[in-house]
Write a protein that binds this ligand. Structure first.
Ligand code: LCS
Length: 402
């Protein structure tokens, strides 16, 4: 791994996590095996005692999974990473590992719906209390802190409001009282934002999105900064069991090789699409980190190198106008998820953020007419032409109703 340290990020994407596998393959082989033979009874016992390096059982460790984990850890400039069966498996493993009954969490109001539900309906059953605040607004995290706050949890940019939280400020608030800052870096990927540089303690991704990048895998990852955190997180993951499998690890590792070039194209396309939408008379407002109109544009400049591939916008005409657009696009696929090479469009209030309930949505600013776009790597002219045709289908009277 060490020879990669001095490489530029793009080169790391291609080379990270690759080591010698025998026979000289240039990519890690898929070790599609649930278990590994011991050389002897003594060898098996030594492996279990941790006295020798090796593999026992794929839920605990697998060479294909390990290669991908090493790659992501290198890209996030972390210590080690833990591959999970999904982003939600990563998030639940983190909460179970870091929290106990009587602890308190401060979480962004705008987060992926099931993350909020996990804290509100499941972690609460085990005595973990949560407060949801606008972590992007100065002073809001501080106000929500309690003596028993153990975790500040943020997504930045957040799903679906694209709100930007100041990571450096959040980490300072956490560390003042020995709490940890956990960052969901799914929307940016390490190609654009590396939260450890701003004081984050744990990073996670839904690798289903940009890290894999091809909409053919559900997976997650946890990245940690030191061995102590790694061992406790690994113990939890082993017991809870939400691990990734070798084949999905192989696919994600393959996706990582093009992460840098994909992100560059996602950003170029998104900037042009966001500017196009912002100037369209049927669009009420657009939220994209690359637009100066973004309320946290300056914070964004400080912590990400480019504005990413996610745009949210509100149409004049609310939900009905949104429905017309979603039913009229041809190139953009009407689908949830994000971060793949194809452009996806969806409606958070009736889809990804339905589980939060109307009140929490309203509180987080997720309006009924909000449309979310995951901008792909197609030729941007084709994306804009598709949106232009779909927006043209909104009856002019809908604008008047807005
Ligand atoms: N974190 C973020 C920011 C997400 O957007 C998602 C999924 C997750 C975590 C959970 O990851 P998963 O378990 O699905 O791998 N977001 C989705 C979305 O916006 N549409 O469909 C899934």
């Amino acid at each position: 791994m060490s020879h990669n340290k001095n490489l530029q990020f793009d080169s790391k994407c291609v080379h990270s996590g690759i080591s010698d596998y025998g026979f000289g393959p240039v990519v890690p082989p898929i070790y599609q095996t649930s278990t590994f033979k011991f050389e002897s009874a003594e060898h098996g016992a030594a492996l279990f005692k941790g006295e020798t390096e090796g593999y026992i059982y794929t839920r605990m460790k697998n060479p294909t999974v390990e290669a991908m984990e090493n790659a992501v850890a290198e890209l996030e400039v972390g210590h080690k990473a833990l591959g999970c069966a999904s982003g939600m498996a990563a998030i639940s493993t983190i909460f179970i590992s870091l929290l106990k009954s009587g602890d308190h969490v401060v979480c962004s109001k705008s987060v992926y719906g099931p993350t909020l539900t996990l804290l509100q309906s499941i972690m609460s059953k085990f005595g973990v209390e949560s407060t949801f605040v606008d972590t992007d607004i100065d002073g809001e995290i501080e106000k929500a802190m309690k003596p028993n706050t153990k975790v500040i949890y943020v997504e930045t940019p957040a799903n679906p409001m694209i709100t930007i939280t100041d990571l450096e400020a959040a980490s300072k608030i956490a560390h003042k009282q020995g709490a940890l800052l956990v960052v969901d870096n799914t929307f940016m990927s390490p190609a654009l934002q590396q939260p450890f540089k701003f004081g984050a303690d744990v990073i996670l991704h839904s690798m289903t999105k940009f890290l894999n990048g091809h909409a053919d895998v559900v997976a997650g990852i946890i990245v940690v900064k030191d061995e102590e955190m790694y061992l406790s997180m690994r113990k939890t993951l082993n017991q809870v069991g939400g691990v990734i499998d070798p084949f999905n690890s192989f696919l994600v590792h393959r996706g990582l090789k093009t992460l840098s070039v994909r992100m560059q194209r996602h950003c170029e396309n998104s900037q042009l699409v966001a500017e196009y939408l912002e100037n369209h008379p049927k669009v009420k407002w657009v939220r994209y980190p690359g637009l100066k109109s973004h309320p946290n544009y300056q914070v964004g400049l400080k912590q990400h190198s480019a504005p990413g591939g996610m745009i949210s916008f509100e149409l004049n005409g609310g939900f009905k106008a949104g429905e017309v657009v979603m039913n009229s696009v041809k190139l953009c696929a009407l689908a949830v998820s994000l971060g793949g090479v194809e452009t996806l469009i969806q409606h958070p209030a009736s889809m990804t953020h339905l589980s939060m309930g109307a009140e929490a949505r309203k509180d987080a600013g997720i309006t009924e007419g909000l449309v979310r776009l995951s901008v792909g790597i197609e030729n941007v002219k084709d994306i804009i032409d598709d949106l232009e045709n779909a927006l043209a289908k909104i009856p002019v009277t809908e604008k008047a109703k807005a």
